[in-house]
Design a protein. Structure first.
Length: 363
């Protein structure tokens, strides 16, 4: 049967030190001893069923981008995989669905490495059905986390771990589906209950996937921890939190803010950034900087109102100038749609600026 240690053993991912200096005791031990892990890694089959793609972790601007239709199929494949995985719960059948999803995960890494913004645009669209927000959420967090990982020049195996950890980061919530789907805000007691889901997630994976790497388990266990010790489940701080968990933490919070939940409306990307900056001590500053400069304030696909009162859609960010992306003007100052969109690079038009971020995206 397919084993995750088959994928990860090549670079001794199973027993390498945790990034960021986090002590191993901060992540619950699996049901097997460290020695048994090593033995399993040594005897694991050489041929992984997942394609051994050797994509560069540096975006290659000369690479041919995959087309939009293929990107939508990859995204849909991840979504279907998430839905099946999270519905199956504590079942050996989860393994088959994760195996299938990993193929789409590699395809997603490939597309992001080729510089495609389409994945990020899909991540910011409204959910087709808010009742299925959990499945969309984990896919979107996976994609955004991978994008951060690529921007930080992680290699292929590291990106796989980040992606898989992000894809599974809320697996413990399958024990609380009724609670997370309630239309009202959580009570203090319910908040306390839901704080158990990182531990539950690790327990589920230890049962179904013994031998999973500590970095992946670390993401699942620590992504709700905060650098200023205000997170859960253990109130860890600073270097106790592994780097991969810091990445997924930021992706998780941002994605949740810009989408509806059963108990609240969504925020615009600008509002989401303001919320995150309001508690900036909680997050890794380099990840916050990435979010602002590469994704956050006016991401690709968002609709904005310019100082000229014209309506435009963001089509490309300008690195180092997050407030001045390239846009397509689609409607005039009176709200009348243009027959043909007009391209405007705000980096080259200092007199014109974005006045407001609208609450919808162009599909």
């Amino acid at each position: 049967m397919f084993r995750f240690d088959d994928i990860l053993k090549k670079n001794k991912q199973l027993d390498r030190p945790i990034p960021g200096g986090a002590p191993a005791s901060n992540i619950p031990e699996t049901n097997e001893s460290a020695d048994k892990r090593e033995d399993q890694a040594n005897i694991a089959g050489q041929n992984s069923q997942i394609p051994n793609s050797n994509f560069s972790a540096i975006i290659n601007p000369s690479a041919k981008k995959i087309n939009s239709d293929k990107i939508k199929l990859i995204y849909q494949g991840l979504y279907e995989g998430a839905k099946k995985t999270y519905q199956l719960g504590n079942s050996d059948a989860m393994l088959i669905n994760i195996e299938s999803s990993l193929i789409f995960l590699d395809d997603c890494i490939n597309g992001l490495n080729q510089g495609s913004d389409e994945f990020l645009r899909l991540c910011l669209l409204d959910y087709s059905d808010v009742r299925e927000f959990l499945y969309y959420h984990v896919v979107n967090v996976c994609v955004i986390s991978l994008y951060f990982g690529i921007c930080l020049y992680y290699n292929q195996e590291q990106l796989r771990e980040i992606g898989l950890g992000a894809f599974l980061h809320d697996i413990g919530q399958i024990n609380y589906l009724e609670l997370i789907n309630k239309p009202d805000k959580f009570t203090p007691a319910e908040y306390k209950t839901i704080h158990n889901h990182p531990r539950d997630g690790v327990a589920i994976l230890n049962k179904v996937f013994p031998g999973l790497s500590k970095d992946i388990l670390g993401i699942i266990y620590q992504e709700h921890e905060r650098l200023n010790a205000t997170g859960y489940p253990n109130g860890l701080a600073g270097e106790q939190i592994i780097d991969f968990a810091r990445i997924v933490s930021m992706a998780d919070v941002y994605e949740a803010l810009v989408h509806r939940r059963p108990y609240r409306a969504k925020h615009t990307p600008l509002e989401a950034i303001n919320n995150i900056l309001g508690c900036k001590e909680s997050f890794d500053p380099k990840i916050t900087k990435l979010l602002i400069e590469r994704i956050g304030i006016f991401p690709v696909g968002v609709t904005v109102r310019l100082s000229t009162k014209e309506i435009a859609t963001v089509i490309k960010g300008n690195s180092g100038l997050p407030l001045r992306p390239t846009v397509n003007i689609v409607a005039d100052a009176n709200g009348k749609y243009l027959k043909e969109a007009r391209l405007l690079d705000l980096a080259e038009s200092p007199v014109i600026y974005i006045e407001d971020c609208m609450d919808y995206l162009v599909k």
